[in-house]
Structures are given as C-alpha cells and as structure tokens.
Design a protein around this ligand. Sequence first.
Ligand code: SAH
Ligand code: SF4
Ligand code: F3S
Length: 438
Amino acid sequence: MKKLFIKNYGCQMNVHDATRMAQLLHDSLGYATIDAPDEADLIILNTCHIREKAAEKLFSELGRLRKTVVSRDAIFAVGGCVGQAEGDNVFKRAPFVRLVFGPQNYHRLPEMLDRLEKQGGRVGDYQESVDTKFDALPAILTPGVIASVVVQEGCDRFCTYCVVPFTRGREWSRPVEAICEEVTALVAGGAKEIHLLGQNVNAYRALARDGITHDLALLIRRVALIPGVARIRFVTSHPADMNDDLVEIFAEVESLCPYLHLPIQSGSDRILGLMERGHTAAGYLTWIDKLRRALPDIALASDFIVGFPGESEADFLATLDLARQVAFDHAYSFIFSARPGTVAAGMGDHVPLPVAQERLARLQEALGASQLAKNLARVGCEESVLVEGISKRDGGELTGRTGHNRTVNFPGTPERIGQIVRVRVTDGLANSLRGQLI
Ligand code: SAH
Ligand code: SF4
Ligand code: F3S
C-alpha cells in the first residue's frame, strides 16, 4: 500500500481540502495516510498564502522534508493557495517538486499522478477551473465528531489587503441538495457537529429544486431539519453581508451554536475605507447590538489587522476602543502583510514594523483580557460539551467544546467521545475552561 503524508497550513477550508484529498487518494489509488513523512511515497504540502513568508517557509520546509523522506522515488507535491498563486515559481525554486496544484484542482490528483507515472517529469495544474470539484470527490466515510461541509467557496469582496480572491477564485455556492446529502451522510458516519464553510459564507445563495432561492439563513434552517445534526456552526462571515434573518436564526434554530465569527479588522472608518470593507465601525456595532439583543449570551469572535498602510495612532486607538467596547469572547490579530497583486501592497505610508509590533502587543493584551474575563465568567455554569477526544495534555482527561466554542478539559473516560455531556465549569483559563462531569 502506498503511503501519503499531508502537511497542512491555513484556514479551515484548507483542513477540509486535505481530508478530501486523503479520501480521494485512498479510494482511487489505495494510499494510506501516515503521520510522519519518513516512509511516505507522496508528500503533499497544502499551503496557505494569506500572510508573508508563506513561500519562504514553504521552501525551507521542503528542504527539510527532502532530508527526512527515505524513498528516493517519493513524489513531492505543493498544493493549496501558494500552489495556486506561485505556480511555476515553485518548480523553479524547488526543482525536485514534481507536482503543483491549486485549491480548485485537487480533485484531479489521480490523473496528475497517473500522468507523472507515465510521462515522468513534472505536472502543474493550477489553472482556476470550473466548479466540478465536488462532483468528482468521494464522500468522507468516517468523519470526526465535528465535520465540515463547504457550502460556498471563493470571494468577490476583494478587500484591498487580501489574496483569497486570487487563490480561491470567484464566489460560488454549492447546490442546496448536494449540501444536505453530504450532511446526511456525515451524520450517518457519526458526525454530531456540522461546520458550514465558506470564505465569505454569508454570501451563500442558491436556487433549490423546489424553486426557492436559499440564502445562508434558509440553508441553515434546512440543515437543522436533518435528523442527527446536533450542532451547526458557520464560518467566516463578512459584516457587510449580514442580514436580519442571520440574526434571527440564532434565537430560533436550537441546534445553531450561540457563536459567531465576524471579522472587523479595524475600528477606524478611514482604515476600513482603505481596506474597502464596505462597512463602518458603527455599522459593525449595530450588528453586535442586534445579535446580543436576539441572544444575550452569544459568543462573538473577530479578526483584526494592525499596521495597515497609513494607520495612525488615532486609527489604532479606535481599534483598541472597539475591541474593548465589544469585549470579544475570542479574536485573532495580525500585523498587516503586503501581499503580491493586492491593492494595499502598492499603497504608500507603510507602518514601521516596530510600531506595528507594539500596536499588536497592546491589542492582544486587551483581547486577551476580555477573553479571560469571559472564560472566568463561566465558572460555576453548567455547559453542554461535545466530547471530541482525549486531552493532549493529560491522557486521563477528555476534551470537548461548548456551544460558545470554548475548549473544556475534564476528567472522564473515552466511551464519552462523540457524546454531548453536561459539565460544571470549575476554572477559567486564558484559552480554555476546566470542569467536572455532572
Ligand atoms: N474570509 C475571511 C478571512 C480570511 S483570511 C473573512 O473575510 O473574514 C483570515 C484573516 O486573515 C482575515 O480576517 C484577516 O484578519 C487576516 N488577513 C488577511 N489578509 C491579511 C494580510 N494581508 N495581512 C494580515 N492579515 C491578513
Ligand atoms: Fe479576503 Fe475580504 Fe474575501 Fe475575507 S472577505 S476572503 S478578507 S477578500
Ligand atoms: Fe490561506 Fe488560502 Fe485559506 S490563503 S487562509 S489557505 S483560503
């Protein structure tokens, strides 16, 4: 049996793609996935292009792996968003790489490998293709407790800093029926929590066979009717594509987790304008208000970028203010990274790195403080926890997630894995909770 090693970078969509690749290569060519690269016959680096140095890291990782992998015939492949964006450059910089492909092409992996075997040499397949990918992919037969379903892919928003529209291509929504069939199969395979994925999932729109146009809210209502779906989440949402229906479902759909990841990026309207986000800070806060009115204890998560070209101390303070005002349950924050081909990369007035670093530290302190306060506020509460597995830190403990997306570790035995259990929270830490089974 041939052995496959996949190393993954980037977002949940990339993680999902890797699962699909592994299933495809297993079903069509008999590849078994292994956890260490040494014995691999095929090594795939499923890359991310979102921030700088991705390419640099890729080439050093390739060099390192080349020394580790035992078989001289092993095939090195680069997939994902760097594959899409850098294409031929990968072959130039790392001539031993024999296969490069993008996120819209990986369903053709068996053909690519066949071509490599017959013709030798190299194969590059990163032309953005028509969206036949999902029809060509086999179903995931043994999903985890949490399983992802792509409902929408690509992005037409072209925020001025972002490469995703160039790597994932245009916005495209999958048919309602295909999504429901996939969810039904995942649940039959043991999945309890379904994540509906999209680069801009709020842009979901598809005409169903019943003649009704489904937006994301309607799709969620439909998925919630599928027996066995205990929990639903969706990621990632764009504030300019929010609507009142998407607020209402949080109060109405019981299986929808009380959690929303709604990236804001900056609290300054001037910077939001330069980013072409299509909304203001006040507009964002209106959605936060509406969400909290519909569901007072909804958990809110966000993304921030500091050091965008031209960001002044006053702009940054507006961001810090907004972060404090909302008091997010969780947030990611990054220093602006100039990406090839994006509008922002050509903007003048770059913020010096030490200034950006200092702003990031201040923002992260504020975000960390609100996250910790939110975690501490759960102490004494009873939570429903979907048990995902054995805790990595302590083998005698289980780990799972609350509806609010908080990790909880608690003593327990493995037969609980896959169940939703009641846990009393005993401790709130910086990044997780501790608890006791009730
Ligand atoms: N589709 C998602 C975001 C995908 S990228 C959305 O719009 O919400 C995830 C996060 O990476 C973004 O929210 C942003 O905060 C960050 N990011 C994207 N491009 C970046 C860049 N050029 N520099 C720094 N951070 C960036
Ligand atoms: Fe990138 Fe903006 Fe699209 Fe998100 S919405 S993927 S940040 S272009
Ligand atoms: Fe990265 Fe591509 Fe996802 S650039 S964040 S892997 S869409």
